[in-house]
Design a protein around this ligand. Structure first.
Ligand code: PLP
Length: 300
């Protein structure tokens, strides 16, 4: 499903180290994000007057920035203030997606060396009216990609950074194949995740997901594991091959952008539920019940 421009976003205010109209919201050509994709980011959702798992997202942003040795990481309260100010300026209390980016900042001259960054980081809060991105009713179809997800040997997937080119190349393969997303393997050929969300499968009443070695350690993934166990389900993290996914009773992906979405076909193999009941539906219903409890209320 291709996302569309939403005219409701025509006049939104965007935070780029301060608020401005979207048409004025710009970063310098000297900014690290332009020069080297040298930035970290988070995608967050606003539900009914609250930001879902806000502290977890900000903690991951801080960890990513520390791993990349950013010299000044803004205090969590400062980032929260910027997010709240942006949402308030746009009257956004629901149905909103926030793309939060922290770049290493502007350089004194073009170049790779972080010592050229003397002006502090650039914080961008892009909040848009946006419904859930995937079709959670009818599900999505995916293909396996020849592009592998990074292992810690190369660029650790635990850094949520802006060098998204391996995922983008995989997504191009999915586009060419006419499906919704690309399934990416790890360096050993086991399933890692989709190009934009984490993966789970159910077989014989047990829920499985790949180790978070080559995939992003998704916040939704963590919650699905927690909720599954709280429901009394067996949840197993292990290496999983494509063959196991082809023959699963259910496959679903998860992430902030779409919650939990059924994957109905992988490489043309239909996923057929021979188990009968749906673990995905059980977990998703419990996830929705937890949304208010896990959301930080907006102060306006
Ligand atoms: C590659 C990838 N996998 C998974 C996810 C889902 O993570 P989360 O549940 O924290 O939104 C994201 C979200 O940004 C992602 O970019």
């Amino acid at each position: 499903m291709l996302q569309q421009y939403n005219p409701k976003n025509a006049d939104i205010q965007v935070w780029v180290n301060g608020l401005c109209h979207r048409n004025e919201a710009k970063v310098s050509v000297f900014d690290s994000v332009v020069q080297g994709g040298d930035a970290v980011w988070e995608g967050l959702r606003v539900y009914q007057g609250g930001i879902f798992c806000l502290d977890k997202h900000l903690e991951r942003l801080e960890h990513s920035a520390k791993a990349l040795a950013f010299s000044e990481i803004p205090a969590r309260e400062e980032v929260k203030k910027a997010i709240f100010a942006t949402l308030q300026a746009n009257g956004m209390r629901d149905e909103t997606h926030i793309r939060l980016t922290l770049t290493r900042g502007e350089k004194v001259t073009s170049g790779m060396d972080p010592r050229l960054n003397t002006k502090g980081t650039t914080l961008i809060v892009l909040a848009e009216w946006k419904p859930l991105v995937y079709d959670n009713e009818n599900g999505i179809r995916v293909i396996s990609s020849s592009i592998q997800r990074n292992s810690p040997k190369f660029l650790d997937s635990k850094i949520h950074h802006n060098n998204l080119l391996n995922n983008i190349l995989a997504k191009i393969q999915a586009n060419v194949a006419g499906v919704d997303a690309a399934l990416m393997l790890d360096a050993n050929g086991f399933v890692a995740e989709l190009n934009d969300t984490n993966l789970f499968m159910a077989k014989g009443g047990v829920l499985y997901t790949p180790h978070a070695d080559a995939c992003l350690h998704g916040i939704t993934r963590g919650l699905v594991i927690e909720i599954g166990r709280a429901l009394g389900l067996q949840v197993v993290e292990r290496n999983l091959s494509l063959t196991e996914f082809y023959n699963a009773d259910e496959v679903f992906c998860c992430g902030t952008m779409g919650e939990l979405t059924p994957v109905v076909a992988i490489d043309g193999r239909k996923i057929e539920n021979k188990w009968g009941s749906s673990l995905k539906e059980q977990v998703h219903a419990a996830f929705e019940r937890k949304v208010p409890e896990l959301s930080e209320a907006l102060p306006f």
